[in-house]
Design a protein around this ligand. Sequence first.
Ligand SMILES: Cc1ncc(COP(=O)(O)O)c(C=O)c1O
Length: 326
Amino acid sequence: MQTKLDIANFPTKIEKMPALSEELQKDIYIKRDDQTGTEFSGNKIRKLEYSLKEALDSGAKVVITCGGIQSNHARATAAAAIKLGLKTILVLRSDTPPVREGNYFLDLLLGADVRIISSADYRERRGEIMREIREESDRKGEKAYIIPEGASNGIGSLGYATAVAEILAQEKETGLCFDTLVVPVGSGGTYAGLYLGNKLYKAGKDVIGFNVCDDADFFRNKSVEIIAESLPYLDNPDVAYGTGDMHIIDGYVGRGYALSRPEELAFLKKIAVADGVIFDPVYTGKALYGLYHEIKKGNLKESNHILFIHTGGLFGLFPKQDEFSL
Ligand SMILES: Cc1ncc(COP(=O)(O)O)c(C=O)c1O
């Protein structure tokens, strides 16, 4: 397996959600990937430990990445890059002059060079825009390395393949045994990595994703592409994979990516009060809401010992605080 950096707080803790478990009559635990580090908290640092290692090995001095204006990945990249002596250029999507809040505020606080582009440009030309920036940087004699959206590519996803080994070691230590892993799906790399790790380490879990944008088919296909890119990094790339056994549940995107419905926000409040854990409205909140409703509907009968990966995103809560009725 490819080597990585070691800059985050791993292994992350596994904790029970007692009130939620009681209500749903299932064992529900969370893996606290929201506690991977304050500045680079969340799931992205697992991927960045691989991507940024490749950046350093390539001799890069600058790292370029992209995302929405409130991208957790962009903020985590900016924070991690500083520790490695790299400059960060962020290409962020916003159709209106962005309000300095949440992750975007932190990007600026961390001194990232932020370039705002429209959603049309982001959709159609973000790759081209990042390549132009790389050329600009190369011309200045500062070699640049591009990390795609969410670090959701072959190298980045290795972070979640190895997270499965971490979970198996924790199961051994604690005597816990999960039949199911649950994760939000935003750009696909976390799901693809967990799916791959589940096969590589023969963990035998049901790996369930809840997509928070696009649809399940889109992410099954994207996961296959990401895994194909991951295989060359493995010592033994002999892994059977395909869309057929990818368990991604659609139906919880709600009003759209990063848009919340009142019932989703009320659910976040209910969970915060009951179990003292805060989830974010864009990713973990929607996925946990999805899990809760699937179980309430009588689905997921085989899943009784569930490990929900809390992938972070808490800075994204603050720009939405006025939407909550508390
Ligand atoms: C907090 C948080 N959770 C989950 C995800 C989804 O992970 P992925 O992009 O790997 O699908 C993201 C990013 O998209 C995120 O920022």
